[in-house]
Design a protein around this ligand. Sequence first.
Ligand code: PEP
Ligand code: MG
Length: 578
Amino acid sequence: MQELFGLKVSAGLAVGLAYFVENRSQKIGLEKIPEKEISKELKRLQSALTECKEDLTDLLTTGITNESEREILTTHIDILNDPELIKNIQEAISHDLFSATKAVQDIFRATAAFFENLDSDMFRQRAADYQDVEHRLLSKLLGEEQDIFHELDSQHIPILTEIKPSQVSMLHRRGIRAMIIDSCSSNSHAAIISRSLSIAVVSAVTNIRTSVKKGSNLIVDADAGKVLVEPDEEMLEYYAQRLQVEELIRQKHERLKETECISQDGIRIGLHANIGLPEELANSQHLGWDGIGLFRTEYIYLSRNTLPSEEEQFEAYRDVVTSMAPKPVTIRTFDLGGDKLLHLIPSPQESNPYLGNRGIRFSLAHPELFKTQLRAIIRASAFGKVRVMFPMVIDVMDFLEARALFNTCVDELYSEGFDYDSAIAVGTMIEVPSAALCSDALAQECDFFSIGTNDLAQYTLAVDRNAENVSRYYISHHPAVLKLIQLTLINADKHKIPVSICGEMASQPEYVPLLIGMGITELSINVNTHFNVKTTVQNCDEKLHLIVKNFDFSTTLAQVDKLIYHTLKPYYSKQGRK
Ligand code: PEP
Ligand code: MG
């Protein structure tokens, strides 16, 4: 038996047989076409486009149950319908005399490269979408068999150099439960889909190609980021037991669904969901959320080639609000920086975009864009319970400026005869240290606070939240961050406004007892952490409140570490009481 190590991309365990999948390289001729063949190539392009769209529509209508898949396939259809892109390919054929294959390859690669060079995971995913669609189109044009997985079934563990999002769906349909991929970033669309389809994935496994043969027996333990080759009887027995335990946990989670999110000492904690795309909600709605605590609307802008109209946004917000009604949906106005919207609104390059024109600053600098969004949100309020909040607010002036535009939109919609809820709560994110420090004044103007610990930690500790090389400085539970949270809670309480936490801290069970002990009664979390957070809440008790109440946050990180990882550990490491 041999143990090989790699990186965890998607958690899970599986036992199966190794199968190497080689992605065929698509050979494109470089020679130009004679002018008389232009119309033939244009026709070839057209039928490849039509066939690809038909294939994708078939996939959407048959057998696709997962919303992430649906969203990505829809994006791919949108790409194939993009008039600008198609025009560029047609011009490359008719003006530059390129074959349809060469024209598709050139235009798609240039577009993917554009997105790849932007400094954002979101755009890199977009580049992957273009590469996937390019591959699909070229396969049609070259007459290749699309399904390179036709020999695979549920007993196999495919080993691939890379994977495209659409290929994850294909493998899922073949019953695949684990994959080993040479290169696959955790933030890629393929990784996101694998996680939502519960396919275990390990990447960058050393010596996988020298130590494994076709048909080798494998255990993929993605939780530990490792692969066991030709496991012995003892190991097989051990993993069989772990699979049984996983099944028991899954069954326990099912039962937990019916229980209340109440601590041992009777405190009801609201569990709200963080969502990005409206479609995300569908996958987790059965969990019985108390509401949506953070609807990150920027994704509505980033996944498009044109600015969304008021009507389009209204429909997206209305659908979420209607499906949650009468529970509240907290819509955060778009948190975009100039660099992120470059493809829609040209903006000057900034040397430090995180400290530049982003969040509410960007919205206030583009009032028409902002008003379009506010109008759409206000109109959606007629269909349920909407709350609005602004990102990156630094003080009362920021908030009041944004609120004034909100009020203008309400007045306009009133005179235009639209229905809306005249009691929409308007609040702010507390995610910049100055907002926490000014929370006394802010609480007098805002209807609620939502603490964004991701940015609060970034700006308090002066550490880029996306940079690997300084990640050891990114400590969400640093006493400096906790003191700002504490101050925010004190001021919210003073002015009797509700507070929730919507940053990642709320989704991490080890932080949940601390936050509850500090007085938080509303958590807004990632949809896939629902059960672990709920179980932890159910373990919290009166003693916890006393421990945290008596803890002095004007202390060292070492003391906070001791509190979280020693004193409070029993609360988040214990199994649920049900
Ligand atoms: C935060 O900063 O904690 C937050 C929730 O916002 P985002 O992660 O979208 O910046
Ligand atoms: Mg933020």
